[in-house]
Every structure is written in structure tokens, then in C-alpha cells.
Design a binder for this molecule. Structure first.
Ligand SMILES: [Zn+2]
Ligand SMILES: [Zn+2]
Length: 379
């Protein structure tokens, strides 16, 4: 005991000395109080050979109506483990113009090098901000944003979106349903159909920040448009999202890409291989959500069996090898009724012996506005 005390007191005095050495010219450095800088890793396994890239293609800075300088966006994206992001400043709306120069390319330019250094893919984008309806459109993979139209009169709506189409941008309709009191704000208007036919509309924001626009999921499925999820963040991500909860992340798009490159992201967006992810919630086309689920969740062979009152029950382990969150509810077969699969965890599942399979609704994963993903486990 005495030896231990001696070692302890030596350690304390050594630590004290080590700290004391940090004093320089009467200033003691208290760097141990700083928040450690590190990049989070969001675990999602490959899906049928595709990497699942975490992307947020709708964010703002003080160069439109956001509250932060562009560097903060780059820093947040790195810390949160995003693979790709875009700054999408409003073309037509600049509430800080008396203090911040109106330059549609500037915020992107300011973080190009920082993003490269941080290994975050920075995709150039903008928000075409027309009156509702039709409302706002994001254009990403754009060229020069200075040629876009600031004049916000409805006669120029078509021309405004066509500027992006001329640059071969990927264009998606933003937050449909965000102004429910305006007639036509949450309807599939001829204007949208005309854009789609002209190959000038490629996706819809099914989830924007804290709003899940459920009708938009059906439109994406029925009209062959890409499902998008974005934060549309204006404040600090840490201010708006409760990041202290394990499964809470900013809303984003999971993009199933061949490689971690802008070209591969573009190919995946054009092919519609995306799922919108808002912490607990997933929304996407059935094939994509199913493939994602199957890559993350595995049912292991039964490890135990017991008989009670003439009924044999088999026990299984069901594993979630991802940072996604799943809630399962039994829809056919005899087995565990409800299962919550927390990120990177497993649960026990029991099933009456002699059955071929069990089916579950994944009640946090939407494949239509009124339909959950349904999955079957072979027993
Ligand atoms: Zn908007
Ligand atoms: Zn926005």
C-alpha cells in the first residue's frame, strides 16, 4: 500500500511538474481543456459493392441567409464524418448584403482548399429561390454561379432553373410543403412536370432538416426522381441537432457510389441510388432501402433451442453492423413481436421452430408515404 501511495504521489508531482513546465512568461497553457479535434466515423457497410457516402447538399452561410462563415461549415462536415457537402447560397436572397459582399461563387471558393485538406468532397451548388409555388430548387455540380438570375419575378422562374440545366447541374426541388397555407405549394404542378420532361429536374428533398415531406417520396417513386435528404442548415449544426444523443446526426443523403469521388456521386445521383437519412428515419425507393438494410443487418444461425409445453423455440442473434437505427415489428410468422436495433448492437430474436421465415415491417424506414420497408428473414 505504501509503495502504491509512493508511486501515486510521484505521479502527481510529476504531472504537476509537467504542467508547471508549460508555464511560459507567466502564462500557463490550459490546452487540456480544449475539445479534442477528431473526425467521427459513421459506420455503414458497403451495399452490394457500393460505398455509402454521407452527403449534405443543402447548407447556408453568411453569403446568403446563414449565420456562420463558410469555414465553420467545412469544419462541421469534417467533424461529423461527412464525405461530401455543398454550400447552396440563395441566388435571390441576401439579407446580409450591407455587410457581406454579394458574390455567388465566393463562399465555395473560400473553403475549396480547406475541404481538400480535410478530405471532404466539396460540390459546387446554389439555391434558386423563386416565389412559392414553385418555390426553391437546389442545383449542384454547377459552373459559374454569377450568371444566374436574381430578379425574383414569376415570369423568370423557368429561365432561372434553366440556367442550372444549361450548366448540366443536378437539380432538385426543395422542401415541398414548407408553406402549407399557400395554394399549390405542395402539389405536383405542371411547371414541375415540364421541368422533369426537359431533364431539368432530377430529384426532390424528401427530408429537409426536421421536415419529412411524405408526398415527395411518392412523387420520387412514381416519377423516377432521386430521393434527397438535406440539413438546409443556417445555424451551427450543434445548435440545431441534439448531438449528445447517439443516433442523432444532421439530415443527409446516403449515396451509394462506386467510388468516393465527385464523378461517382454524380453517377449515383443520376441513377437514383440514394436514401434520405434523418437520424432515426430512413426514406427511399424500396430497392435502395432494402439493399441498405440487408447490408447492415444480419440474422445469425440459431445458437440455442428450448422446448416448453410441447412448443420448440429457436433463439437467434440479430446484428446491426451500422450506425443506423432500426425498429422492427412482426408482420407474419411466430416470433419476437418488436425489435429495436440500436446502432452497432445486437438483439435476441426467438422464433417457433418449423417455420421457413419471419417477416417484419421496419417502422422507421419508409418506401412510400404509407408503406414501411418489409423484410423477411429465412430461418
Ligand atoms: Zn429554401
Ligand atoms: Zn436553403
Amino acid at each position: 500500500m505504501r509503495t502504491k501511495l509512493f508511486i501515486l504521489s510521484s505521479l502527481i508531482s510529476f504531472t504537476f511538474l509537467a504542467q508547471a513546465q508549460e508555464i511560459s512568461n507567466g502564462v500557463m497553457k490550459l490546452d487540456e481543456l480544449r475539445k479534442p479535434a477528431y473526425r467521427e466515423i459513421i459506420n455503414i457497410p458497403e451495399v452490394n459493392g457500393y460505398q455509402v457516402l454521407k452527403c449534405d447538399f443543402h447548407t447556408h452561410t453568411v453569403f446568403s441567409d446563414g449565420l456562420v462563415w463558410p469555414n465553420i461549415r467545412a469544419q462541421e462536415a469534417w467533424e461529423e464524418g461527412l464525405d461530401a457537402m455543398a454550400l447552396t447560397e440563395h441566388i435571390e436572397y441576401h439579407p446580409h448584403k450591407d455587410y457581406v459582399e454579394v458574390n455567388h461563387n465566393r463562399s465555395h471558393e473560400l473553403i475549396e482548399n480547406l475541404s481538400k485538406r480535410n478530405n471532404v468532397l466539396l460540390i459546387k451548388g446554389t439555391e434558386i429561390t423563386r416565389q412559392t409555388p414553385p418555390g426553391h430548387f437546389n442545383a449542384i455540380f454547377i459552373g459559374d454561379a454569377s450568371s444566374y438570375i436574381e430578379d425574383n419575378v414569376s415570369e423568370k422562374d423557368w429561365e432561372a432553373v434553366m440556367k442550372a440545366a444549361e450548366q448540366n447541374a443536378f437539380i432538385f426541388w426543395n422542401h415541398p410543403g414548407w408553406k402549407p397555407n399557400i395554394e399549390g405549394s405542395y402539389e405536383w404542378l405542371p411547371f414541375l412536370e415540364d421541368l422533369r420532361k426537359k431533364n431539368a429536374l432530377h430529384g426532390i428533398e424528401v427530408i429537409n432538416g426536421f421536415g419529412f415531406h411524405m408526398k415527395a417520396l411518392d412523387w420520387c417513386v412514381d416519377k423516377g426522381l432521386t430521393v434527397m435528404g438535406t440539413s438546409d442548415i443556417h445555424n451551427l449544426v450543434g445548435h440545431d441537432y441534439d448531438r449528445s444523443r447517439k443516433y442523432v446526426h444532421r439530415t443527409m443523403t446516403l449515396v451509394m457510389a462506386k467510388e468516393r469521388t465527385p464523378e461517382s456521386i454524380r453517377e449515383a445521383l443520376d441513377a437514383g441510388r440514394t436514401v434520405a437519412w434523418a437520424s432515426k428515419y430512413l426514406a427511399g425507393k424500396e430497392e435502395n432501402v432494402k439493399n441498405l438494410f440487408n447490408a447492415c443487418v444480419k440474422l445469425l444461425p440459431s445458437h440455442y433451442s428450448q422446448e416448453k409445453n410441447g412448443v420448440r423455440t429457436n433463439f437467434y442473434e440479430i446484428q446491426n453492423k451500422s450506425d443506423l437505427y432500426f425498429e422492427l415489428e412482426l408482420t407474419s410468422g411466430k416470433g419476437t413481436q418488436k425489435i429495436t436495433l440500436y446502432p452497432m448492437s445486437s438483439q435476441l430474436l426467438s422464433a417457433e421452430a418449423g417455420q421457413q421465415s419471419l417477416s417484419y415491417d421496419v417502422t422507421n424506414a419508409y418506401v412510400r408515404s404509407d408503406k414501411f420497408l418489409n423484410i423477411s428473414f429465412s430461418l
